[in-house]
Design a binder for this molecule. Structure first.
Ligand code: ARG
Length: 659
């Protein structure tokens, strides 16, 4: 039961009789909200103020009229008109008790399935294989997995598709590396490690070449910026206030750009230094002086169907897949499909032909481009040398998905830095005729280190995903062990149990930290904070869960033995508050469904755990005064635990019975 949705449906007819525009009715209904403070009731309808303005009537009169017209009797005791025209709604205790009883009786905990299920394709994780997965990929994987689970639970048809980057330049690097430097016994022994060595070696040499090439231009740009800063600084001294203010702003802007350019330059210099400070690498760099071009040529040969390169690619790919699969099994993430970029290769030429035929793509300076209104640069679908691009593949992917699954929506869970790509892609797809499908870029921010920069290890490499998982689990093992050692009756967990719990707690903490931030913002990776026993962490929810389970174990409680019609008696305010919170699970899921933001669910679980804590502090459970009260409290405890467990499972996070 979604209480908020129910209240909206009760008020809808009364609003519709006053307002003809359905969109406006929707906006007004959105002004019904959970009350911020229990003294204003459980929910509050705040639409009378704007509505009064439109109708030219006193908001209090409008509120009274609508509250009188809406059929609320069974649900709300007596709507109360307050202040300028707020309608305070307190749910009837017997209604709350009955709704709760119903929620407790079913597997779905009172959450109904949607009336009109949609078909979603969710494109997530999608790493470029053959390169080590890094911390950025965890965000896409974890957010995509959670949306898949949540939308599916709500009754939608969800097709998850891992759009692997399995066809890009990284294969050119590996192929080049393999042809020149492979250590055959090492490859036979551990193909992934050897491929990864070859990739790193080739990419170091390619980056060296590219940096050497780009260095003069980068130096020139930096010098020009520094000059600009100086010029603006002297302008800023001008007596003319307007001139000086403008110059000061320009100084700030240019100084920031100087900083960025300095960083870029430093990064290029360090790529050069890496090679020049290593005699072996430096020698290789001399021997492979055109490696950047060679790598592109190997990639082009692969795409053109060169037999040897294709054979190598077929040899390498399964090993790369095994490697990423390890991460997925550890994170408990499964995909319905893994159609990588290579899957679409044969469709690309036809896509470009079709765009040309329909007059949507034109040649410009040798390349084939789709020009789009509102964008400065066109979307290139074929380069001068005939090569297709990321965009071409994505257009082919949309075509394939539409033909195959005809979805209502396609969600792309990808770093916000690809916003421009997706804006153009969606605009091009619309022009191409895909107007009926919702195309959404589910963007997310960067994982930052404590230094305010993208998260890196001390050596400066971006952190590999497996290392990060190990770090989280290691940290969790400490937390779990300390907690167990501090138990008044002494430790109760074996080493193996601790390890198992640490895996659930560590990975859960990591996922939760990611999901609990509004996904569009950057967030700071902090292994300690993310495993804190109190606060908005998975650990806190997992503890709350385990605490309920231990009460049941201690009391030898068997809920199944309670008669199914055990009446709930909510007497204490903390009981009622917890009951209401339990009923709000469906609202949190509906919020996540509406804007594809999992943090609504984590925020709800945090509120629930806090409500439970207050309840637990003021309401003895096993020692409750009467049998009816004890039963009610047991049911509240049980439903809390089940809601936490189900809620966490929709985030892809597990629970343990003991901690
Ligand atoms: N492989 C890409 C990357 O790692 C992400 C792909 C996202 N999905 C897509 N359909 N473009 O940046």
């Amino acid at each position: 039961m979604n209480v908020l949705a129910e209240l909206k449906s009760r008020f809808r007819p009364a609003l519709e009789s006053l307002v003809s525009d359905p969109a406006k009715v929707g906006e007004l209904l959105d002004l019904i909200r959970p009350a911020q403070d229990a003294k204003f009731g459980d929910y509050q309808a705040n639409f009378a103020m704007p509505l009064g303005k439109v109708l030219g009537k006193s908001p209090r009169d409008v509120a009274t009229q609508i509250a009188g017209a809406a059929k609320l009797d069974d649900l709300v005791a007596q709507p109360e008109i307050a202040g300028p025209g707020f309608i305070n709604l307190r749910l009837r205790d017997e209604w709350v008790a009955a709704a709760l009883q119903k929620a407790a009786a079913g597997e779905r905990l009172g959450v109904g399935a949607v009336a009109s299920p949609r078909t979603y394709v969710i494109d997530y994780s999608s790493p470029n294989v053959a390169k080590p997965m890094h911390v950025g990929h965890i965000r896409s994987t974890v957010i995509g997995d959670s949306l898949t689970r949540t939308l599916r639970f709500l009754g939608h048809k969800v097709i998850s598709d891992n759009h692997l980057g399995d066809w890009g330049t990284q294969f050119g690097m590996i192929i080049h590396g393999y042809k020149h430097w492979v250590d055959q016994p090492a490859f036979a022994n551990g193909p992934v490690a050897e491929l990864s060595r070859l990739y790193k070696l080739a990419s170091k040499l390619v980056e060296y070449r590219e940096s050497l090439k780009n260095l003069p231009e980068a130096e020139r740009r930096l010098a020009a910026k520094q000059k600009e800063v100086e010029e603006q600084k002297s302008l800023a001294k001008s007596a003319d206030k307007a001139v000086s203010k403008k110059a000061n702003e320009a100084v700030r802007r240019a100084a920031k750009q100087t900083e960025e350019l300095t960083e870029e330059l430093a990064s290029q210099r360090s790529k050069i230094a890496v090679v020049e400070h290593d005699a072996t690498l430096f020698k290789l760099a001399q021997e492979h002086a055109t490696i950047d071009e060679a790598v592109l040529a190997e990639t082009a040969k692969l795409h053109a169907g060169d037999a040897e390169n294709l054979r190598l690619w077929h040899d390498f790919l399964p090993h790369c897949r095994v490697e990423i699969q390890k991460v997925y099994s550890r994170l408990d993430v499964k995909f319905d499909h893994e159609h990588g970029e290579s899957f679409y290769h044969d469709r690309l030429a036809a896509v470009v032909e079709d765009l040309k035929k329909k007059g949507l793509a034109q040649e410009s300076q040798g390349a084939i481009c789709v020009f789009l209104e509102g964008f400065e640069a066109p979307m290139i679908v074929q380069k001068k040398d005939g090569a297709f691009l990321y965009s071409t593949t994505d257009l082919a992917t949309i075509q394939y998905r539409m033909e195959t699954w005809n979805p209502d929506a396609i969600l792309y869970v990808v770093d916000h830095r690809q916003s421009d790509h997706f804006d153009k892609l969606f605009a091009a797809a619309k022009k191409w005729g895909y107007t009926g499908v919702e195309l959404q870029h589910i963007k997310f921010g960067t994982v930052m280190g404590k230094d305010g920069k993208p998260y890196k290890t001390r050596s400066g490499d971006t952190v590999g995903l497996e290392g990060l998982l190990d770090e989280a689990v290691g940290q969790a093992l400490k937390v779990v062990s300390e907690n167990d050692d501090a138990k008044p009756e002494g430790p109760e967990l074996s080493t193996a149990e601790r390890q198992k719990i640490a895996e659930v707690v560590g990975l859960g903490g990591l996922k939760y930290a990611d999901l609990s931030h509004n996904r569009t913002t950057d967030y700071e990776f902090d292994a300690e904070k993310m495993l804190a026993k109190t606060g908005n962490t998975a650990t806190y929810m997992q503890y709350s869960y385990a605490r309920v389970r231990s009460i049941f174990a201690r009391g030898g409680v068997n809920l199944a033995a309670l008669p199914s019609d055990t009446a709930l008696v909510l007497t204490h305010p903390a009981e009622r508050a917890l009951a209401l919170m339990l009923l709000r699970f469906a609202e949190a899921l509906a919020e996540t469904e509406a804007d594809y933001m999992p943090h609504h669910l984590t925020a709800y679980l945090f509120d629930l755990a806090k409500s439970y804590s207050s309840f637990f502090e003021s309401c003895p459970v096993l020692k409750a005064g009467t049998a009816a009260s004890r039963n009610t409290r047991l049911i509240l405890c049980d439903l809390t635990a089940r809601t936490i467990k189900l809620g966490l499972s929709l985030l892809g996070i597990g629970v343990v019975e003991k901690m």
